[in-house]
Structure formats: C-alpha cells, structure tokens
Design a binder for this molecule. Structure first.
Ligand SMILES: [Zn+2]
Length: 129
C-alpha cells in the first residue's frame, strides 16, 4: 500500500487553501448527509474530497495483499454509501462534486477550477429561477 501516502485531510486542506486564494468562500458542512468537506451555501454546491484507497479510485486503488475479500467489500460499501449520500444531498437541493485526493495532488488548480465552474454556474442558475 505504498501508494496510500497522504490522508484525505492533506488533500482537502490544500484544495481549501487554493479555493480561498481564488476568493471562493466556503463553509465546512459537517451537518449534512455524509458530512461534505466543503460547502458553497449560496450556490448549494457540496464538495467531497475522496481518499483514493477508501473510496476505490479507479487509478490508485490497489487491493491489499491480505484479506482481499474484506477490502474489496469495504471499498464497495464505501462507494454504495457515497451514492446514497449523493442522492440524499440531491434531494435536499445540493449539487455534489467529488474530487479524488489524487486529482488534488496532481493538479490542484484543475480541481479548484472544476469546483469554481460548478459553483458559478449553480449560482447563475439559482439567480435566474
Ligand atoms: Zn486516485
């Protein structure tokens, strides 16, 4: 599991700093389903920074060598829970964006831009309705 280096929290912090520097003002959304990592309240955009290992990122998920069935099931359960959380949030009117921790590590600007674009377009849509 040498690839599992950084915790989701490191990637999350880096992304938050980048967004803040861009002038994007967010809050931390611990009270919503799934406890989103970053919330843009006015645009109603909820962001999760998903750990590659725990959430089974297609690029970096490498199955551990022991207890393979257990870990496979665990990643499957996590993904099922992510889907459920996404649906719950959508029902509450939130748009959900999931960013892999590796996306943040490889290109924090691209991740921040993806979020900024969604926030701006959501804010726009909401202003029109
Ligand atoms: Zn990854």
């Amino acid at each position: 599991m040498a690839r599992v280096r950084t915790s989701g929290t490191d990637a999350e912090l880096r992304l938050r700093k980048r967004l803040w520097r861009e002038g994007m003002r967010y809050v931390l959304g611990r009270k919503l389903p799934g406890s989103p990592d970053i919330l843009f309240v006015r645009a109603r955009v909820a962001v999760f920074v998903d750990g590659c290992f725990w959430h089974g990122c297609p690029v970096h998920y490498t199955a551990p060598r022991s207890n393979i069935d257990f870990w496979k099931r665990k990643a499957g359960e996590n993904r099922a829970r992510d889907d459920r959380v996404d649906r719950e949030l959508a029902q509450l009117g939130w748009r959900v964006i999931r960013v892999w921790e590796c996306e943040v590590e490889e290109d924090v600007d691209a991740a921040a831009t993806r979020i900024a674009t969604a926030v701006r377009s959501s804010a726009l849509t909401r202003a029109e309705t």
